[in-house]
Write a new protein. Structure first.
Length: 290
């Protein structure tokens, strides 16, 4: 079968193997230490989230895919992956050969990202979702990590400010006492209605959408989304009620005006950084559903 009109480029065996190796090395900066920590049975309250809450296995994160429109030469091993087929003398990912679930996922993700991108970022939540997850509870999510202000001080912070979480997958972990304090009641069904680009979790989730589109999503885009998620997660936890000094993290003290200003500036920066990634993911979704 000859190359179709949606084929944009081709890569020799040497070129795509070099690209795959660069991707593995890029991701090994994160997957290597994670594997070493697991070997030592050493939990990490910041980084583990990226490998546990997000279900993409390290070996899959290290795996390279070119995305649609690229013919790979000397690439017979790709035929074992869903959606790949022969194209002339090479192999390529063809959305028409992908599983139905991939197209359904792409349709949902495109709608969610488009709706999110249209909205202005909301920068007034100050990361209180993490505080709401430990409000009036004797069993914090990271029980081995002390609360920076203690339990009573943490509760006072939650009670001193409005809670404005828009993200269901953060809200669903609020304690029973904290949930009624939220200005909204996010649900899975309202996700497209409520998600907004200032939300740290919505920006971390770009990584989730990228890997859920695999193998149709180019691995360089997945890697960009993962690296954004790493940086966002750091702010998320630095602004949390936990004392992470033992892990090398200085707090963003959102209980102070200066800390809230720092948080909002960083939040705005992440919203700006996430916008082109949303557009790139939307383009991938369109290529998977056309």
């Amino acid at each position: 079968m000859s190359a179709g009109p949606d084929v944009l480029s081709s890569l020799s065996g040497l070129r795509w193997r070099e690209a795959a190796q660069r991707h593995r090395e890029r991701m090994a900066v994160f997957t290597g230490p994670h594997r070493e920590r697991r070997r030592r049975r050493e939990p990490h309250p910041v980084m583990d989230f990226l490998f546990t809450y997000y279900s993409h296995k390290p070996v899959r994160l290290e795996q390279w895919d070119p995305g649609p429109g690229v013919v790979l030469h000397d690439a017979e091993e790709f035929l074992d992956r869903p959606g790949y087929r022969r194209d002339g003398v090479g192999v390529r990912f063809d959305p028409a050969c992908a599983p139905d679930r991939l197209r359904a996922t792409a349709e949902f993700v495109h709608g969610l990202l488009a709706a999110t991108l249209e909205r202005a970022p909301r920068l007034g939540c100050f990361g209180l979702h993490e505080w709401a997850m430990v409000y009036r509870t004797d069993a914090p999510r990271h029980g081995a990590v002390p609360l920076r202000l203690g339990a009573a001080g943490t509760d006072e912070v939650v009670e001193s400010m409005p809670v404005r979480c828009t993200h269901f997958d953060a809200y669903r972990f609020f304690t029973e006492s904290a949930a009624p304090r939220n200005a909204l009641t996010p649900t899975r069904e309202r996700q497209t209605e409520l998600e907004q680009p200032g939300c740290l979790h919505a920006n971390m989730d770009l990584y989730k959408w990228a890997y859920k589109l695999a193998p149709g999503c180019p691995s360089d885009l997945t890697a960009d989304c993962f690296e954004l998620a790493v940086d966002v997660r750091e702010l998320d936890m630095r602004a949390s009620p936990y004392d992470l000094a033992a892990h090398g993290y200085t707090p963003v003290r959102i209980e102070t005006p200066e800390g809230r200003a720092d948080y909002a500036r960083a939040q705005a920066g992440f919203a700006e950084r996430a916008a082109p990634l949303r557009r790139r993911l939307m383009a991938v979704c369109a290529s998977l559903t056309h």
